[in-house]
Design a protein around this ligand. Structure first.
Ligand SMILES: *[C@@H]1O[C@H](CO)[C@@H](O)[C@H](O)[C@H]1NC(C)=O
Ligand SMILES: *[C@@H]1O[C@H](CO)[C@@H](O)[C@H](O)[C@H]1NC(C)=O
Ligand SMILES: *[C@@H]1O[C@H](CO)[C@@H](O)[C@H](O)[C@H]1NC(C)=O
Length: 447
């Protein structure tokens, strides 16, 4: 009897809890409905390198100017659900018609922030509630899996810092979008834990292959030999610092000429930079770790700087490795990437790197232009090859992964973009494929 009563009580409790939650949700819906006609704050963010004018698009004839948002800047407005806003580069003309706007967005409660050029989020009441929950603090476990002590610091609050002994775990209350830095005994930042989504509990620091190479005290690798290279297209004599023969890894000082990088940066900014890395909950990452844009082969201007850079790099690959690579619109677009503080690119191979036979149409080589070198950190390291390239302005690195025996590399071209500690890093990555042409462009060979 007693046991039965207990069961009933527990079930009744569970039921009442259920309906409490429901009631709470209904209440929040009512509150939401009531709030619908109240103004709310919305922040506009300008991700571009040039200012943008922000306009309110009313029912009148002309959009009205609200203000100018500086590059990287923000603009706060108080708005109502459904109101429309637009933006454009400044001083195009005295007046502004909706046709001249570069983009528009409708304000929706719960949006809080809109980044020009990004797809706005549409939230219904239920999604909004979930959104709010996802901002709640939760307890995350930070474990030091290295053999030495590390210091863990909240990047938003430097006084929130703690030593973590080897093997020890610290439990901290965190929120999504926050960053936690792991620094070694000598104060060097070795790893950054990013809270990507609500309830992401496990955050470990472990020594990885690239950790020591990325460390500031590790000097860049010395070349095994330096080759003279005659750049026929530009009539320049360049030096190629061979860091490794096969697979080839070569550093190219002074690879780009003055104006080359500015041209590519300009194109990338006109196209618009978007988040380079997709996280579980992309919208909430407080500061982006990398943004990127694709630069296509120009069909309208055969002698454009982008096309010229592609031709030069392909010539170099042909010369150094006898690759049968043809530049053209059927090759992959270049990728312009900008890293800010704390940005990194985790270890990866650009092509196949498991010693399998080359497959037709696959990538065979990569050339990375270092357009803007970082101040501290941000090296490119090849963990298995144990090589480190410290970028300098206008230099580049070339690595090839199809070997002369027809097989692919077995991991020596695995590389990582080390954590950027100071400054900004801008690179333009180019991939080369054999066996692609107009009839069979690169996109035909995506597995
Ligand atoms: C920063 O962290 C310290 C130590 O945990 C804490 O006492 C302080 O309130 C925090 N400050 C802010 C602004 O959160
Ligand atoms: C690169 O260019 C700079 C200045 O233009 C020059 O001082 C330097 O010697 C060059 N480096 C190499 C390796 O050619
Ligand atoms: C093509 O690009 C080159 C290099 O940027 C430039 O000098 C030239 O004016 C461009 N031609 C046209 C038709 O836009």
């Amino acid at each position: 009897m007693m046991r039965c009563a207990l069961v009933i009580t527990a079930a009744a409790l569970a039921a009442s809890k259920e309906s409490d939650t429901d009631a709470a949700y209904k209440r929040s819906r009512l509150v939401y409905e009531a709030k619908k006609n109240e103004p709310f704050a919305l922040i506009f963010e300008n991700p571009y390198a040039e200012p943008r004018e922000l306009y309110w698009i009313g029912s009148g004839a002309e959009p009205s100017l609200m203000g100018t948002v500086e590059p990287g800047g923000e603009f706060n407005v108080n708005t109502y659900e459904g109101h429309a806003f637009g933006w454009r580069p400044p001083a195009q003309s005295e007046t502004c018609t909706t046709d001249e706007l570069e983009g528009t967005v409708h304000a929706a409660r719960g949006m809080e922030r809109h980044v020009f050029g990004e797809k706005p989020r549409v939230l219904d009441a239920h999604a909004r509630k979930r959104e709010q929950e996802r901002d709640d603090p939760f307890e995350a476990h930070f474990t030091n899996r290295a053999a030495y002590a590390m210091r863990l610091t909240d990047t938003k609050n430097a006084s929130r810092t703690v030593d973590v002994a080897p093997g020890a775990t610290r439990i901290w209350s965190v929120r999504r979008g926050e960053h936690y830095d792991w620094t070694s005994g000598d104060g060097e930042l070795l790893y950054r834990s990013v809270i990507e989504f609500y309830d992401q509990k496990k955050h470990d620091f472990k020594e990885e292959l690239h950790t020591a190479l990325c460390a500031e005290k590790t000097p860049p690798s010395e070349p095994v030999r330096v080759a003279e290279y005659r750049d026929e297209l530009d009539g320049r004599d360049l030096q190629v610092e061979i860091l490794r023969e096969e697979p080839l890894i070569a550093y190219l000082p002074n690879w780009t000429k003055p104006g080359d990088c500015a041209d590519m940066e300009g194109r990338a900014l006109r196209i618009g930079l978007a988040d380079a890395q997709v996280f579980g909950e992309r919208n909430v990452i407080a500061d982006r770790r990398a943004i990127s844009a694709n630069l296509e082969w120009s069909r309208s201007n055969e002698t454009s700087i982008t096309n010229h850079l592609i031709k030069r790099a392909f010539k170099l690959a042909e010369n150094l490795r006898s690759y049968d690579v043809t530049p053209g619109p059927f090759q992959e677009p270049l990728n312009f990437i900008q890293y800010a503080h704390g940005g990194e690119y985790r270890p990866h191979c650009d092509g196949v790197c498991h010693r399998t036979p080359y497959a037709r149409g696959g990538r065979v080589a990569t050339l990375i232009h270092y357009c803007r070198a970082p101040e501290v950190g941000g090296a490119t390291v090849f963990p298995k090859a144990r090589l480190k390239v410290q970028p300098q302005d206008d230099s580049a690195v070339l690595f090839t992964y199809k070997q002369s025996d027809g097989y692919m590399d077995d991991g020596n071209t695995l590389h990582t973009g080390c954590l950027l500690r100071e400054g900004v890093k801008q690179i333009v990555t180019m991939w080369m494929r054999e066996d692609v042409h107009d009839g069979e462009p690169w996109s035909d060979f995506l597995s």
